[in-house]
Design a protein around this ligand. Structure first.
Ligand code: BG6
Length: 479
């Protein structure tokens, strides 16, 4: 592996502490980083290298998979880290950064391969990329890449504008847009599951599948992120990116594993074919308070600190998508996601057609389900019908594989390893981002014009009743 510098903007932020440094350290422990590398942390705080390294060591103890391993390894890792304090809005800062990066490269004999990771507020994405170009930080004799966190734009127009700026400094092949759902182990496993199992390949189409249900439910509320969430709601925060990516990863049919180019092309093809009837097929919800004990209450969204008491921001979305290609003709893809629901659960349920229900002997047969468990468990289960040994009646049984007992790398580990290798398969191409905004913009407009009723649901519940009625209308139920 070629030596490289990893330049992290937002090095003292929460994401860096919880995800990025632990992921880098895990890669280091698993020998997935180049033998020679440097991490340059960029932040607002005034810190010496030693103070910065001490903060990172603490985060490794708290959040790394290898948290109990030898302290010496952690020390060896953080010795590759240096820190520089900068005002990212000032052009001159980038000259200082350039000098710093070049100095470390020459001291450690590192080739000019540079990854810039923007773990900062989205309004800084264009400022930083513009200045990387102006300061010549991006003029390397080796390769350069930029990793950008979501949200990529606030709407279609702002996303296009941002993309134009970023593409002045980096080509599409050099831009790695993160959607951390694409790094989740079971999401990455989907492609293999389907392409490496002939039995699944043969039934992965409208001929055998009656509907697909994708759930990403959370128990947490908006927490301290009201300012951000008031501007986004679940539609921008979850649907525009994570939920659509899960739809595409389920619907994509690959005949061979691991072909980055083909995977991306197929996903783009699918995105172009997705349709949603906003007024018929979207349920918009918001959580309301729940009285727990006599005087203790779980707040409703409108009571959260920083939220407008009359806010109509959506904290729950359910929708029916159709994919207008022959393979999926007539198969509804239902999605639902929300905050403050009864449990944290991310899963994909594939329901198969039930042709047996009309026969006398098997009329009680439940539909076969293939469930991909993404969170909190990682696994796959298959629901079949079997004969009860005592009563002789049909009973549903579950064949279960759980990967959760293994030590599974986190999404960020997979994604960082790919970015370091230069493999864009599990990052979002610009075409996907643009198409996703195009798809959800009419929904956002309808929300703004109150064309889709806002359904209140109690905190801790399963979501608005309207979300159940809406799948029932198509003859299905949520699993
Ligand atoms: C983030 C959203 O992208 O994903 C959050 O901004 C959400 O609002 C989170 O809570 C969910 O991620 P996960 O991995 O916990 O399902």
């Amino acid at each position: 592996m070629e030596s490289m510098s990893f330049i992290l903007f937002g090095a003292t932020g929460d994401l860096a502490k919880r995800k990025i440094f632990p992921a880098l350290f895990n890669l280091y422990m698993d020998k997935k980083l180049p033998a020679s590398f440097s991490v340059v942390g960029v932040g607002k705080e005034s810190l010496s290298n030693e103070e910065f390294q001490a903060i990172v060591i603490d985060s490794l103890y708290e959040f790394s998979r290898h948290s109990t391993d030898d302290k010496l390894q952690k020390i060896a890792f953080v010795q590759q880290l240096s820190y520089i304090r900068l005002d990212l809005y000032k052009e001159g800062s980038y000259q200082a950064l350039f000098t710093h990066v070049e100095r470390v490269e020459s001291e450690k004999n590192i080739q000019e391969n540079r990854i810039f990771y923007l773990s900062v507020a989205p309004e800084l994405f264009d400022v930083i990329t513009t200045n990387i170009k102006k300061s010549r930080l991006g003029e390397t004799t080796g390769w350069k890449r930029v990793i950008i966190e979501k949200p990529f734009g606030h709407d279609l127009q702002s996303a296009r504008k941002l993309n134009n700026v970023v593409q002045q400094a980096f080509s599409e092949e050099e831009i790695f847009r993160i959607d951390h759902y694409l790094g989740k182990p079971m999401v990455q496993n989907l492609e293999t599951l389907i392409s490496a199992n002939p039995i699944l390949q043969s039934i992965w189409s409208k001929d055998m599948i009656s509907n697909v249900q994708i759930t990403a439910n959370e128990t947490v509320g908006v927490g301290s992120r009201a300012a951000y969430y008031e501007q986004t709601g679940a539609i921008r925060d979850m649907v525009q990116n994570h939920m659509l990516q899960l739809v595409m990863m389920t619907a994509v049919r690959m005949s061979e594993r691991g072909q980055a180019e083909t995977l991306r092309k197929e996903k783009i093809h699918l995105m172009k074919s997705i349709q949603i009837d906003t007024q018929m097929d979207v349920v918009r919800g918001q959580y309301s308070p729940l009285a727990v004990y006599e005087d203790s209450v779980i707040k409703g969204y409108r009571e959260e600190i920083g939220v407008d008491p009359f806010s109509t921001t959506d904290t729950f979305i359910a929708a029916r998508l159709s994919i207008q290609i022959p393979l999926w003709q007539g198969v509804p893809f239902f999605i639902r996601t929300g905050k403050r629901l009864n449990k944290k659960e991310t899963k994909i349920v594939v329901e198969f057609k039930n042709s047996l229900s009309s026969s006398e002997n098997t009329k009680d047969a439940e539909p076969n389900l293939l469930i991909i468990h993404i969170n909190p468990d990682d696994g796959v289960s298959l629901k079949l019908n079997s004969k009860h040994p005592l009563t002789g009646e049909l009973e549903p049984i579950k064949i279960n594989f759980s990967a959760s007992h293994r030590e599974i790398p986190e999404a960020y580990e997979y994604l960082l390893a790919d970015a370091i290798k230069g493999d864009p398969s599990y990052f979002t191409h610009w075409d996907e981002v643009e198409l996703a905004w195009q798809l959800i913009e009419p929904i956002i407009k309808d929300f703004e014009n109150n064309q889709v009723p806002l359904r209140l649901y109690q905190a801790g519940s399963t979501g608005p009743e309207a979300a159940n009625q809406f799948v029932n209308k198509y003859g299905f139920q949520w699993w």
